[in-house]
Design a protein around this ligand. Sequence first.
Ligand SMILES: [Cu+2]
Length: 613
Amino acid sequence: MNQSSLQHKMGWLFKCLPNPMTFLLLSVIIFIFVTPPEVDAKTHHYKWAVRYEFKSPDCYEKLAITIDGTTPGPTIMARQGDTIVVELKNELQMENVAVHWHGIRMFGTPWNDGTEGVTQCPIVPGDTFVYRFTLDKPGTFFYHGHYGMQRSAGLYGLIQVSVPNGVVEPFLYDEDRSIILNDWWHNSTYEQAIGLSSLNFRWVNEPESLLIQGRGRFNCSLAEFGGKCNQTNAECSPHIITVVPGKTYRLRIASVTSLSALNFEIEGHNMTIVEADGNYVEPFVVKNLNIYSGETYSVLVKADQDPSRNYWAAINVVSRKRTTPTGLAIFNYSPNPPLTPPPIAPSTGPPWNDTFSRFNQSLAIKARKGYTVPPPQTSDKSITLLNTQNKIDGYNRWAVNNVSLLLPATPYLIALKWNKTNAFNQSPAPETYDDYQNYDIHNPAANINATYGSSIYRFPFNSTVDVVLQNANMMKPNNSETHPWHLHGHDFWVLGYGLGKFDPVSDPMKYNLVDPIRKNTVPLHPYGWTALRFRADNPGAWAFHCHIESHFFLGMGVVFEEGVEMVPRLPTSVLGCGDTKRLRMPVKSGGSSLPSGFIYLSNLFVLLLLFLN
Ligand SMILES: [Cu+2]
């Protein structure tokens, strides 16, 4: 029996009993009848201090958000079924914080998703918040700031989840290497945020540098204040990927960029893509990999070239006109000196505007044979989300179906659980856009005005939902951008991509219902559409948004709710803002007001979901 069918069959039980009694009773039943598979599951404890420090990741010094002094922060390495506990202390002094665990579905702990405004109140300066969650699947994931634009200030790191002991993956390799990719600006995130949200709009512009594993290289002769840029600073010496000739490496690549779509390649080496967003994919060989913000991939690379020299690992911007120099790391064949530059110039990547080849790469990724979880063959509901750039009262915004999201002061999950109906607009969010038949996606909208909104989409628990993302022209003629959309709390099936306007009659007939890839982040290509299907089987409130930091900041997102009545009483640690100021109770260390037996039972519930998944 798979997880969804069990949840479906038990749906009546959830409906019949009030919470949290439902939850307790179910947990006891589970405890009696099920032996969890990961008997050796561990709990990993971390204590992190988040603060601003002067850093020079691309040789130019600026303030960056660090975790225990580093950006990227520490890599979390654990196994499927393990529990992660992060005691996060906000030492930013003048700024709130929240950290999202990207790709981890948070079964049973939706309040620990880390999305400020959706699942929790922000962590105020000086406060400590305890994130506790279970790693529901193996794969490559990451974490990042989800308050304001803190990801682009450097608050991010990798999560590497191995298969449980005794489980074998469907490919072989000798060692792992982490490669986290980012874009980097010299302006502060304050300057960026205020510029974006001013009536006198200031765009963030293209990044000054691209970073590989937190390291890039800016040409200091271009720096306005030369004294702050130092090409000999050890912080900006290139990242080194050392390999032994003949061995095969699994490169775990994650893109946390704030704006850029990237193309990654290793000079002279083919890469075999085997994993995307924690899902096995049918292996296929590429010379280079397009990766969008919010995506992760594993690729296998064999060190099978001339071992007497080093090679470039290079990232280049695609899908936006390129002004940022290539980001470089050194693929170092041991025992060559790691910093010896390769003898030839690095690749400058494919043409930035070759949408077609990127579109084809999207189409080429299929679920791995033998590991395919076919999607439900029909859906209960379909919504269409038009992506547009708009004006509201003269301000530049991004909108979905002409509504630009404003996160309420009371986070959605809390408002829903505590029945704070004034916290957000209770009328349903729009399921399609105005004048759908006649809307011309290839030209700027006739009416560029949108409205602010805080409505959400509410789906019956366990229903199957289709989402069609529709791209369009921006306010400027002949411009349409790539938007990588990320769904919290779920993996969805990618049923199809198209270029042009989605046809609700003929396009669904072309959906891949056999072996679609499951992902948590997917690109919406310029002037194109992308169709997804997911099962609303994770009780909670979940953000679904463009992963470009400035686009989400300017309203490009929506919120989904399902089964919120099944979420047990929230820990008081997530409360304390908006309408919940008076609800927050003093908490002992540990960060949760729930009795420990209750937490134990909820962990059992999570283990059951893992077992059945
Ligand atoms: Cu976007």
